[in-house]
Ligand binder design. Structure first.
Ligand SMILES: C[S@@+](CC[C@H](N)C(=O)[O-])C[C@H]1O[C@@H](n2cnc3c(N)ncnc32)[C@H](O)[C@@H]1O
Length: 256
């Protein structure tokens, strides 16, 4: 995965908040059950964990997990709360290899697994579904939003760069999710929705961004990828804002 700097991320995530807010509203409306134990997967800087999940979803405890130690230490410094515990753990590994005793201890006792814009970084959807099945209690809810971009690896190849294993094509991601949820046989899928999403991306241009992803987001239907989109954006002082387009996949599933 490309490293995301916590300070950079904290400044540019208004769209992530909006997406998460829609989810929180729908979870409250659906009122599946009470969510005493919540796990937030790929919590990043912890802002959504604290301000949205923590404030709007009644709970006793939230375990918020991220693979990047820098993100977790930022979250502990900026988004601490009595009911929130932050944990460094790579969620892309198989359940038997999850090393954190804290997380393993929760097996079968999690009422809500929430994830906003993080599961797209984890290639093996079957493995994720298996892990979530291990963690959730019967009736527990898995709710996630993730980005489904067009095939980034095709663009990387045309830039002469190596493909990134974790990023799959749009069709493959959707198929993998469908098949994984179906074959796991433990989940009742309540929502499998693809949402067109556009956001105004305003940048101080001081941060790094992954160039290929930027091009794919800004020029999604371009016949020919432009490896210089980000550099050109940086170089033009008159343009500070661009529209980014992508699709989101929103899943809600209940463990039987
Ligand atoms: C785009 S950020 C989203 C952060 C937050 N959920 C939000 O909506 O603002 C994606 C986060 O997923 C985390 N992530 C990526 N792969 C992960 C993995 N294998 N295990 C745990 N976290 C991961 C990244 O470190 C990053 O902080």
């Amino acid at each position: 995965m490309d490293i995301i700097e916590p300070d950079v991320y904290a400044k540019q995530k208004s769209n992530a908040q909006l997406i998460a807010m829609q989810s929180i509203d729908s979870l409250i409306d659906a009122n599946y059950r009470s969510y005493d134990q919540i796990v937030d997967i790929g919590c990043g800087d912890g802002d959504i964990t604290k301000q949205l999940l923590g404030k709007h979803i009644p709970h006793k405890h939230i375990l918020a997990i991220d693979v990047l130690p820098d993100m977790i230490s930022y979250a502990r410094r900026h988004n601490t709360d009595d009911t929130i515990e932050y944990l460094v753990q790579d969620m892309s590994v198989k359940w038997p290899l999850i090393s954190s005793p804290r997380l393993r201890q929760l097996a079968g006792n999690v009422d809500l697994i929430f994830s906003n814009l993080a599961l797209e970084y984890m290639a093996d959807k079957r493995q994720i579904v298996d892990t979530f099945g291990q963690l959730l209690s019967a009736g527990g809810v898995f709710h996630a939003n993730m980005v489904v971009m067009e095939d980034i690896n095709k663009r990387l190849a045309s830039y002469g760069q190596q493909p990134r294993k974790w990023y799959q094509s749009r069709e493959k991601q959707l198929d993998n999710w469908r098949q994984s949820l179906q074959s796991d046989n433990q989940f009742l899928v309540k929502q499998f929705e693809i949402i067109d999403n556009t956001d105004d991306f305003e940048s101080e241009k001081t941060d790094h961004l992954w160039d290929t992803a930027f091009d794919a987001l800004v020029n999604p239907t371009a016949d020919k990828p432009n490896p210089r989109t980000w550099q050109q954006f940086l170089a033009d002082p008159t343009v500070t804002e661009v529209n980014r387009y992508h699709q989101l996949l929103r899943i809600t599933a209940i463990k039987q």
